[in-house]
Design a protein around this ligand. Structure first.
Ligand code: AP5
Ligand code: ZN
Length: 212
């Protein structure tokens, strides 16, 4: 299947996309992870405000379209089925996606802003394997050490309170209108993301199963 997973920062896109990839045996295409491993890439030839993706990301601003479109185009070209997470985030990216592929299921995770702030500022991630933790809801067994792989558990630079606020503002201003564009599509389904990961997953699994 071709699955598009939409929603604000902290809605649980990464958490659910990993489950979708496992269960439906598709590629997890995530612009956030791809960019995090290319934070220092030199993009000065684009003549944008900053010379690396990391400078945009740490403040919670969008990385230039030219960089992100290229990542998605290449990843989708080599994927049979996919779950796309983190893209599109503005109108131009949505246009670009139209010309790359069709979609079987478009899922939008909905979570209130105060819950998002709590999830993001409390999130910690394993540097090595990417497993998510939360200081209050889901702490690692040993402080600072990943339960899965023993790697170091750290805070993302963009999970600092100022960046979190900016990411949520960018979402409201630029990305929420993109989600509204998809609303009248037959493949579109709203999912209440303010529940346990298992409850959210049950809805997602049945929605995709019905769509394919
Ligand atoms: P990206 O990595 O995509 O970040 P994001 O959209 O801000 O999403 P997050 O990873 O923060 O949240 P998520 O929805 O995946 O939630 P998660 O499952 O982790 O992008 C980072 C940056 O890269 C952007 O700011 C931008 O600079 C750049 N970028 C990326 N794509 C771009 C694009 N297309 N164009 C331009 N720039 C781009 O969950 C969050 C937390 O909540 C975790 O602690 C988790 O354990 C917990 N949690 C998850 N589900 C639940 C639940 N049901 N109940 C309780 N807690 C939960
Ligand atoms: Zn780990």
């Amino acid at each position: 299947p071709h699955v598009l997973l939409l929603g604000p920062p902290g809605a649980g896109k990464g958490t659910q996309a990993r489950r979708i990839a496992d269960r439906f045996d598709v590629e997890h295409v995530t612009t956030g992870d791809a960019l995090r491993s290319s934070k220092e890439m030199n993009i000065s030839h684009l003549d944008c405000e900053y010379d690396t993706p990391g400078e945009y990301m740490d403040q919670g601003d969008l990385v230039p379209d030219a960089v992100v479109d290229e990542i998605v185009e290449q990843a989708l070209a080599s994927a049979d089925g996919f779950v796309l997470d983190g893209y599109p985030r503005n109108d131009d990216q949505a246009e670009a996606l139209e010309s790359m592929t069709d979609l079987d299921a478009i899922l939008a995770l909905d979570v209130p802003r105060d819950v998002l702030v709590e999830r993001l500022t409390g999130r910690r991630v394993c540097e090595d394997c990417g497993t998510n933790f939360h200081v209050d809801f889901d702490p690692p067994d040993a402080e600072g050490v990943c339960d899965e792989c023993g790697g170091a558990v750290v805070q993302r630079e963009d999970d600092q309170p100022d960046s979190v606020r900016n990411r949520l503002d960018v979402f409201a201003e630029t990305t929420a209108p993109v989600i509204d564009r998809y609303r009248d599509r037959e493949a579109f389904v709203d999912i209440d993301g303010d529940r346990t990961p298992d409850a959210v997953w049950a809805d997602i699994e049945s929605t995709i199963s019905e769509a394919i």
